[in-house]
Design a protein around this ligand. Structure first.
Ligand code: UGA
Length: 442
């Protein structure tokens, strides 16, 4: 059976390595971060992802999953190498490919036999070509046989294991029969369409998919603004639209907007790529602009109710960029906190899973911030509660108790996840986004 190597033990890398080990392959995970590798070797994922620790431990116990800092040895011992390193944004929105380039050079120096190099990191069109060119240049005339291909990931944090094992599709971007055969064989047991394309098409599919999903979210947020003006309910509008199978209800949840390590970065990168190609990018720019505006709307909701926010205690419930993850990268909640801090608010925050990441991000950054151990502690003495992540447990809170703990019973629902009517019955002043400018108190 072919030996796999996964370079980069971030979210995509760890899930890819663990899932392939779960399918019976021998996999080596490589990273430079010693502490992360120690955790992984003990079967502990360095982040929260449902179902991952079981797979990780299973792979280690069966001697199928190994972790190492020894990049050279891992490359030499493997036939298929997945590149899963980070591709962060540069100031101008384009992609920083430093890590991908470094891996390509490292592979070039360890090309002892045929290798299939597979790009999983989200990269601009042409990256696979650059990897190939770099490896050839370094090895000169005696370059051993190798192929470079693109196999984009479509993993959502919070359901990444399930998305890996039961994907909607697998995309294989290849330019040689040998690469196609190896990759098709790796995915032979997957019960989904396997689309084989040229490499540029595969690289575009990834960006086009993420930008399209982000566009759906910004579109429904635009509709939410309209609903606010005319007294309509955006969630019902989304239901009405979503029953149309061509539209589909998924990614039509209006609210605080999209965050995370993918959509904000990928929309900007796709825009930058299109602009470089001389394509009019106003549609993509608007997706980003609408998303940025969502936080201002939440601040406005607070000002509409509290009047002056300065010195008020505002508690933010939900810090992760979405539920089922402890990831706070580009989290709308963090953006809100920065705006509230500028206004001189006292801020208290709580998240069921992300508090250690929140502390790492915020400790010492703002004077007036505190961290709560529970939603009830956050509610104590608060002038307003803002819900920023759609954690299911927030819907089950004892809102009567919350109301008693708060100084004034104001709720801003940034995710449209609570029952406005029930909260109003309990005596809250409930504010949502796209709910007809709801501002009423029983
Ligand atoms: C996203 C894509 O969904 C994955 O297919 C892709 O593989 C991944 O990026 C990636 O490129 O690696 P992810 O960032 O984990 O996955 O999270 P999503 O579930 O897509 O949510 C992104 C953001 O959109 C979250 O902040 C979420 O709260 C927000 N969102 C999502 C909405 O505001 N409304 C919706 O209806 C859906």
């Amino acid at each position: 059976m072919v030996r796999l190597c996964v370079v980069g033990m971030g979210h995509v890398g760890v899930v890819t390595a663990s899932c392939f080990a779960g399918l019976g392959y021998s996999v080596t995970g490589v990273d430079k971060d010693h502490d992360k590798l120690m955790l992984l070797s003990q079967g502990k994922p360095p982040f929260f992802e449902p179902g991952l620790s079981e797979l990780l431990r299973g792979g280690i116990d069966k001697d199928l999953l190994f972790f190492t800092e020894d990049f050279d040895e891992a490359i030499k011992a493997s036939e298929v190498i997945f590149i899963c390193v980070g591709t962060p944004s540069l100031e101008d929105g384009s992609v920083d490919l430093t890590q991908v380039e470094e891996v390509a050079r490292g592979i070039a120096a360890n090309l002892n036999d045929y290798k299939l190099i597979v790009g999983k990191s989200t990269v601009p069109v042409g990256t696979a070509k650059k990897i190939k060119q770099t490896i050839k240049l370094i090895n000169g005339d005696n370059c051993p046989d190798f192929d470079v291909s693109s196999n984009p990931e479509f993993l959502k944090e919070g359901s990444a294991v399930n998305d890996f094992l039961f994907p909607d599709r697998v995309v294989l971007g290849v330019d040689s029969k040998r690469a196609e055969i190896i990759l098709k064989d790796l995915y032979r047991d997957f019960d989904c369409p396997v689309l084989t394309t040229d490499i540029a098409t595969s690289e575009i599919i990834k960006y086009a998919s993420n930008a399209f999903l982000a566009m759906k979210i910004s579109y429904i947020n635009l509709v939410a603004d309209m609903c606010d003006k005319v007294g309509a309910n955006v969630h019902h509008v989304a239901d009405g639209m979503g029953y149309d199978r061509r539209i589909n209800r998924e990614f039509l949840s209006a609210g605080a907007g999209y965050g995370g390590s993918c959509f904000p970065k990928d929309v900007k990168a796709f825009t930058s790529l299109a602009a470089d190609l001389g394509i009019n990018v106003s549609l993509l720019r608007e997706v980003d602009r609408i998303n940025e505006k969502r936080i201002c709307l939440i601040v406005k909701r607070l000002e509409d109710t509290l009047w002056v926010c300065k010195d008020k205690k505002i508690s933010v419930l939900g810090m992760a960029f979405k539920c089922n993850t402890d990831d706070v990268r580009e989290s709308p909640a963090l953006k809100l906190i920065s705006k509230l801090a500028d206004k001189g608010c006292q801020i208290c925050c709580y998240d069921p899973k992300a508090m250690s990441n929140v502390r790492a991000q915020l400790n010492g950054l703002y004077e007036l911030i505190s961290f709560a151990e529970s939603p009830y502690e956050a509610a104590r003495g608060a002038d307003a509660l803002v819900f920023m992540t759609d954690w299911p447990e927030f819907g089950k809170l004892d809102f009567l108790k919350i109301k008693e703990l708060m100084r004034s019973p104001i709720i801003v629902d940034g995710r449209g996840m609570l029952h406005a009517h029930d909260l109003e019955e309990t005596g809250f002043l409930y504010q949502g986004l796209g709910l007809g400018g709801r501002l009423s108190c029983q």
